[in-house]
Design a protein around this ligand. Structure first.
Ligand code: C2E
Ligand code: CA
Ligand code: CA
Ligand code: CA
Length: 276
């Protein structure tokens, strides 16, 4: 704040103070949120445009704060990563999503579910065990579970991450690289990191009018093809998005156009509208 006028300094300091107070409050309340059952999971469909069919759901966590209402995961995941609470929280989300997937299966809807894994989970030493225990407990076939990891993992001990991913895939679960193409470039390591799917970040989908962005996506899709990776685009909101992506050879999509993340009891109705 050096060199700023006194008032300006006060303004920023108030803003930052408020943010800090909220963060500290959330951090404190987050400790109890799991015990007090304030989390729930919503499911967003993934859609294959070529076959006009549902190909799975992504599980996304939600926090209903007793006083503040819904708090966005964009806000609390980071806090949970900082305190380490992300580990029990993810274990809970994993079990919740696997149970839901099992229920769907028993109802005749066999669709894989994906769960987001923060890099912190790879620092626990027992990630494979956590996943195996949940699958056993729920009685879910591993091929119905997918784990979404992010590119930022490449900043950590990459050999250790690769080893852990291999042991996860030995269980029979699938792995996808989320938010691909943003931030850290993992391109040079893609032939070494054992994954099944690339998830194109929403930023690309939203920028498809730009010829240079289209060229990049085109190259990513061709590369994925050579590496025998599936590609899914996220943030698909409009007909134009779908047309551009289809032209570029991407056929699996996720976004508000097909369905927003839904609570389990909203999915039946969504299915009635979308499946024939
Ligand atoms: P993400 O994994 O990239 O999830 C996609 C986010 O984009 C979700 O936000 C989803 O609601 C939103 N989205 C989906 N379709 C559209 C669309 O067409 N347009 C727009 N504008 N947005 C769309 P959400 O649920 O708020 O989650 C934000 C991030 O929080 C996630 O990004 C993920 O990184 C993290 N997150 C959520 N649940 C979990 C979890 O259980 N564990 C971990 N580690 N992270 C989670
Ligand atoms: Ca994700
Ligand atoms: Ca994503
Ligand atoms: Ca994202």
């Amino acid at each position: 704040a050096k060199g700023l006028g006194k008032n300006q300094f006060c303004f920023y300091s108030d803003e930052m103070g408020l943010q800090l107070v909220r963060k500290m409050e959330l951090e404190k309340d987050l400790q109890l949120a799991l015990e007090n059952k304030q989390f729930f999971v919503v499911y967003q469909p993934k859609w294959n445009v070529k076959t006009s069919s549902l190909v799975g759901f992504e599980a996304l966590i939600r926090w209903e704060h007793p006083r503040l209402g819904l708090v966005s995961p964009g806000e609390f995941i980071q806090i949970a990563e900082g305190t380490g609470l992300i580990v029990p929280m993810t274990r809970w989300a994993l079990e919740e999503a696997c149970c839901q997937c099992k229920r769907w299966q028993l109802q005749g809807l066999e669709q894989p579910v994906s769960v987001n894994l923060s890099v912190r989970l790879f620092q626990t030493d027992s990630l494979q065990e956590i996943v195996r225990n949940v699958l056993d407990k729920v009685g879910l076939e591993p091929h119905l579970l997918e784990l979404e990891i992010t590119e930022s993992m490449v900043l950590y001990d990459i050999n250790d991450i690769i080893r852990q991913l291999q042991s996860l895939r030995e269980l029979g679960v699938r792995v996808s690289m989320d938010d691909f193409g943003t931030g850290y470039s993992s391109i040079g390591l893609l032939d070494r990191i054992p994954i099944d799917t690339l998830k194109l970040d929403r930023l690309f989908t939203n920028d498809l009018e730009s010829p240079s962005k289209r060229a990049i996506i085109n190259a990513i899709i061709m590369m994925a093809d050579h590496l025998q990776l599936d590609v899914i685009a996220e943030g698909v909101e409009t007909r134009e998005h779908i047309e551009f992506l289809t032209q570029l050879g991407c056929h699996v999509m996720q976004g508000y156009y097909y369905g927003k993340p839904m609570r389990d009891d909203e999915i039946g109705e969504w299915l009635k509208k979308h499946e024939h």
